[in-house]
Design a protein around this ligand. Structure first.
Ligand code: ADP
Ligand code: ZN
Length: 725
């Protein structure tokens, strides 16, 4: 018997939805280290993964072991990233491979970039001219350089024709420039003189950054107080330390103004990370992060999973925003996970907001977070004056939404040459369309939701699954002709009313569907800044972050919208949204005015907005949550079961209910049809697990599900700390 040489074994994590870790032999020919990106065999396939840990304890028989095939020419996944992915997977109760997938979202970034070659016309003609060759030469740009693939595509020939022309001397090959270099920001490029309040906050943050140990600061400043300039100083301190900084922003379409402010401060644009980037730019930026060449990254929530090796600061701007919460795939809250990332990397985290979340406020009150306050607007601008228009007394006419007092205020503002913003958080023309003669409502076939009329696009649309249809000519129920009527206002309908009331005024609409890209948003902002828009009508996307000096009047068309509904955070969210909208008015020398139309003027949220007294509102909200044992006073997890088969999912939900966890500190609510009981053709049931704060909710859920087989047609999604339920 030959001596058994036990080779070194490593555990490789594969970024697959169902994937986890598999053991492989590390051949002597490869210098395999933890964090290396490697290729390994998986069945008949060859897949890319990451060497996660040593596997000396692996008990797989030697003859069944397979070798790591190759090391990819890419920097290693940093050890903090490995720890972070492990942590997130455990906390969210998701497979590690799914979390790794979020960190490896640019697969081709792992491979060396082949130098790109382009072709230029030399002026010579090939001896033998064919029709295909002639087409290429006719179409090549004068003096331009184009790739073989591009040339072949425009001429409708194969790339071999292009190569042939090069062989014959009619084209010459030229190296195309490498990818755009990454700019290095200069921390001293242009410093602002900070106000006294700003200085105090900035000093605190900068010294935390210099210390490079974990801490969380809540930068809590009213709208227009200059929070951005304050955290820019923290970023400057981080650059000075030679470490990377990450800024998370909620909606990337809103960053046009932010980017120019950044450039004014640091001299260059930061490295960006969001869904609107092209493939080449994603690749370039991902590599720049892992190689430590990206000093400052600004991005959407997914940027948190970039493989930073030298991260020294995370700023989460508008930390209260619910868009930091991802509901699909791996459900996580980027704000909470940013704090975890700071703990793992031992560096400070800054949470900034004019309307902090109840969670962060409680942490600040408990002394876990430093509470940095900016109580007044920068440059002496006053907070706007907020007035309620009681719609019970000033009801607009039928099919009208702008009351007389609001109309008069708009006229007066426009007469002064100032700008107006009307806020209505509803896209499209009307939220509901129904038949005049039988009352039939147009509903999405895939979801339990109404179809929303989008008159500009001339179609009906489901806001949950994206289903679209043309408006039917006659009612499918009763056959009546042209009987469908719009019910209620969306911004398109509001804009119609505004055009009628204010003829000749320049009215523009801004919603996620009318302003879909960052570039479109930037054009909008520029038009607003140049004064080319008199009345801006928008949904929540206009509410946040923008600074328009000449905007002095904000009209909130339906302040009550969002207060109804059983959502735990309905009141908090409405409060935050309305404060943000309110904060757009009068941000410079001209004082701002806000009119808020409401049928519920005594509602605590509406009263708090009018008084601009967030403390009272949050005290009330906290008391309510505490007595209900809801977050942040208790812990919550949602289990959503869904299936195309209604019966099957209902049955499985009943089965699960029978063995639901019980205990003095545990409550299980449900099963109940989820608030949207059908989405994309899947029927949904939901359980809510509520625990006291000291209970490990993950192990409660794990114990419940242990050994239980989920039928093949059913999807079970676990959402720890759910938001939208
Ligand atoms: P916030 O984010 O707190 O709502 P911003 O950071 O947008 O407030 O600041 C409001 C306005 O004041 C912006 O136009 C900003 O450029 C300006 N500003 C804030 N701080 C300063 C400063 N120290 N020097 C000059 N301008 C400032
Ligand atoms: Zn739908």
């Amino acid at each position: 018997m030959s001596s058994t040489i036990k080779h070194r074994r490593v555990r490789v994590l594969l970024p697959l939805a169902a994937g986890d870790m598999y053991d492989y032999r590390a051949p002597d020919s490869l210098d395999v280290e933890i964090g290396h990106f490697v290729t390994v065999p998986l069945g008949k396939r060859e897949v890319t993964g990451v060497v996660w840990e040593e596997a000396a304890d692996s008990d797989l028989a030697e003859d069944r072991m397979k070798d790591v095939l190759s090391l990819l020419p890419c920097a290693k996944l940093p050890s903090d990233s490995i720890k972070f992915i492990d942590w997130v997977a455990q906390y969210t109760m998701q497979r590690r491979g799914r979390v790794l997938r979020m960190a490896m979202s640019v697969p081709d970034a792992l491979y060396p970039k082949t130098p790109r070659v382009g072709y230029r016309y030399t002026g010579a003609l090939p001896e033998k001219m064919t029709a295909a060759r002639k087409r290429v030469l006719d179409l090549i740009e004068e003096g331009g350089v184009q790739t073989a693939a591009d040339l072949a595509a425009i001429a409708g020939v194969s790339t071999s024709v292009v190569k042939g022309l090069a062989d014959k001397g009619a084209l010459e090959a030229v190296d195309l420039p490498a990818e755009k270099p990454i700019d290095r920001p200069d921390w001293q490029y242009a410093r602002f003189d900070l106000s006294d309040d700003q200085q105090v906050a900035a000093k605190s943050l900068a010294s935390d950054v210099a210390r490079q140990s974990f801490s969380v600061s809540l930068l809590d400043g009213v709208t227009g107080s200059g929070k951005t300039e304050v955290y820019f100083e923290a970023i400057a301190a981080c650059l000075k330390e030679g470490r990377q900084a990450l800024v998370l922003l909620p909606e990337i379409a809103l960053t046009a103004q932010w980017l120019s402010r950044f450039e004014a401060r640091f001299g260059v644009r930061p490295v960006e990370w969001h869904s609107d980037l092209g493939q080449a730019e994603r690749r370039r930026n991902w590599r720049a992060v892992i190689e430590g060449r990206a000093d400052i990254v600004v991005g959407a929530r997914s940027a948190l999973f970039l493989p930073f090796d030298n991260l020294g600061l995370i700023v989460v701007d508008e930390e209260h925003e619910t868009s930091f919460k991802q509901d699909e795939g791996v459900p996580y809250n980027a704000r909470d996970m940013a704090v975890v990332r700071g703990k793992i990397g031992d560096f400070p985290v800054v949470l900034a907001s004019a309307t902090p979340s109840l969670e962060s406020l409680m942490n600040a009150k408990a002394g876990k977070y430093k509470h940095l306050k900016l109580p007044s607007r920068y440059g002496g601008a006053l907070l706007p004056n907020v007035d309620i228009i009681d719609l019970r007394q000033h009801r607009p006419g039928s099919q009208r939404w702008i009351s007389d007092p609001l109309r008069l205020a708009i006229e007066a503002t426009l007469a002064e040459g100032q700008q107006v913003m009307l806020f209505l958080n509803r896209r499209g023309y009307a939220p509901l369309t129904l038949c005049d003669s039988c009352g039939h409502r147009l509903q999405c076939p895939n979801c339990s939701a109404w179809l929303v009329e989008h008159r500009l696009a001339n179609r009906l649309q489901c806001h949950h699954c994206g289903y679209t249809a043309v408006s039917p000519k006659s009612c499918v129920e009763c056959g009546a002709e042209d009987s469908f009527k719009a019910c209620g206002p969306g911004i398109e309908r509001l804009s119609e009313e505004a055009e009628m009331l204010f003829p000749g005024r320049r009215i523009a609409m801004m919603a996620s569907d009318t302003v879909a890209s960052p570039r479109a948003a930037a054009e909008f902002v520029a038009a607003m800044e140049r004064g080319e828009i008199d009345i801006l009508i928008g949904t929540q996307i206009v509410a946040k972050g923008y600074h328009f000096p000449n905007l002095t009047l904000v009209g909130i068309i339906d302040a009550d919208l969002g207060l109804a509904g059983g959502d735990l955070r309905a009141a908090e969210r409405t409060y935050q949204l309305l404060s943000q909208v309110t904060g757009r008015a009068g941000r410079e020398s001209s004082p701002g005015k806000v009119f808020l139309q409401s049928y519920l003027p005594e509602h605590p949220v509406i009263e708090a907005i009018v008084r601009q007294q967030s403390d009272d509102f949050f005290a009330l909200e906290a008391a309510g949550r505490e007595s209900a044992g809801m977050p942040p006073f208790g812990r919550l997890a949602a289990l959503v079961l869904s299936s195309p088969k209604a019966e099957s999912v209902a049955r499985f939900a009943r089965d699960l209910a029978r063995c639901a966890p019980m205990g003095r500190k545990i409550t299980v609510l449900g099963p109940a049809p989820a608030p949207l009981s059908m989405i994309r053709g899947r029927h949904r049931y939901r359980f809510l697990v509520k625990c006291e704060k000291d209970v490990n909710i993950q192990s409660v859920v794990a114990k419940w599900l242990k050994g239980r087989k989920v039928p093949a047609d059913i999807r079970l999604q676990i959402d720890i700390d759910p938001y939208n339920f």
